[in-house]
Write a protein that binds this ligand. Structure first.
Ligand SMILES: [Mg+2]
Length: 198
């Protein structure tokens, strides 16, 4: 099975270039978010040094964020989520734009993308010709109960099911019985205690 490595924007451009080059013999599926997505200059340097496929975009929200990345063919996969990109239509347009440059889709799918967002992603994946891969991390049993969905995940493959629409029913009574509790991402600190982007 191919490996996918996520560097979470932590590498410097030259570290990312070297990692991509060192990983080439192992043919990884991709190197994700190797450098900060906001500094797109960095990817020009990485690209010059490695043929390891690059994926980026889970923190990007508009097609304009991708303009240089796509037209200069600095990436191989676009990673935005339906829920962060303004919905199905804008993301569909992004995928069509990317397709002109042989760049594929790879919709972001962590647990905090609800089953509604996941169902929308699975349907969109089926509608585009440059589908690449779909991230999926599943949800807690309670989330699965509140959001009854038609899509299924079996042995690495998602199936949309055959329910109408995107196939998700929200059980409002069950949801009301479990009030929202605030939750935060971990605070990351360096060895000297400095707060650091995680
Ligand atoms: Mg990621």
């Amino acid at each position: 099975l191919p490996l996918l490595h996520d560097a979470h924007h932590r590498l410097t451009p030259i570290q990312a270039a070297r990692l991509g080059k060192d990983l080439e013999p192992y043919r990884p599926f991709w190197l994700e978010d190797c450098t900060p997505a906001e500094n797109q200059e960095a990817l020009r340097l990485v690209r010059r040094h490695t043929t390891t496929p690059l994926a980026i975009g889970e923190v990007l929200n508009t097609v304009y964020d991708y303009q240089a990345l796509i037209t200069e063919q600095l990436i191989d996969y676009v990673r935005s989520a339906v829920t962060h990109f303004g919905g199905v239509t804008p993301l569909r347009k992004l995928f069509d734009f990317a397709a002109q440059y042989q760049i594929k889709s790879a919709v972001h799918g962590p647990e905090d993308i609800s089953p509604v967002g996941m169902a929308a992603a699975v349907h969109l994946d089926l509608a585009v010709h440059n589908f690449g891969i779909q991230e999926y991390s599943g949800h807690t049993p309670l989330t699965e109960e509140v959001f009854r969905h038609a899509y299924t995940f079996t042995e690495g493959y998602l199936h949309p099911g055959d329910a109408p629409g995107i196939g998700v029913e929200l059980d409002e009574e069950l949801a009301a019985a479990h009030p929202y509790k605030a939750a935060y991402l971990p605070v990351n600190r360096l060895g000297d205690g400095t707060v650091h982007d995680w």
